[in-house]
Design a protein around this ligand. Sequence first.
Ligand code: ARG
Length: 290
Amino acid sequence: MSADFSIDALPPIPRPGRVLLTSPDHFRVEYVINPHMAGNVGDVDPSIARRQWDALKDTYERLGMEVNVLAGIPDLPDMVFCANQSLPYQTPGGELGVVLSRMHAAQRKPEVEHYERFFGSVGYEVQGLDPDLPGDFEGMGDAIWHPGRYLLWGGYGYRTDRQVYERFAEKLGFPVIALELTDPDFYHLDTCLCPIDEETALYYPGAFTDEGIAAIKAHFRRTIEAPEDDARERFACNAHSPDGEHVLIQAGSATTNDLLRAGGYEPVELDTSEFLKSGGSVFCMKLMYW
Ligand code: ARG
């Protein structure tokens, strides 16, 4: 898990082309497991949530991505955040697999089996965390592949435990850089780090240690810093670039969007206000796989 290498030395991996979404039929805020949910219990408008989710789906389709939809399940109100239950991977040899999460909150644990079944049905090698490994892991909420390279960025501290990444490195051979998260509003790595392409990441430095910031700057030639209000209130770093060109992002992050445009990217503003009530936006509402 040493960060002492050059990105160019890592094997190239194609960008994933398929998007998995989970339908928002049963999305609600029913409990509080992160600071953003406080005060929002019972507050989701299901018809607005549906329209916002439809717009996200349309956007991926318009960008030419293959979109697959898993049906949401009653009594699993957070299942719509389908970045969290698993980590799909492709090895440099081309093998496809997925590591299933061990969700931190009891309320979310039953979500995982639905993704286990999905990945079994599309021919992925499916594995769980080793039973002897203590601690939890929340999939692509905390573990994000570097675009185009075989390198995993692993956030830890709130939902995922650091030892999980040590085990991934030892057992699965993943090259991992682990990043400690330091602010409970940014409880998943995908709330504060958004890799856009091989060279560039959008991030919010206030959610990381000095060591973490140094690691991000060492491996992305260019970093774009989201200002605090965009990052904290509008989840600007929970954006997603499926192609290194468009950046799907919560509407209203004006400063961040200007910075993205200045960097040559095209922000695609989407309103995810109902999902922000639960502490999630674009990135965690989808799962990319190959
Ligand atoms: N209410 C969900 C939770 O706290 C939101 C998850 C959002 N996902 C994310 N990757 N940020 O677990």
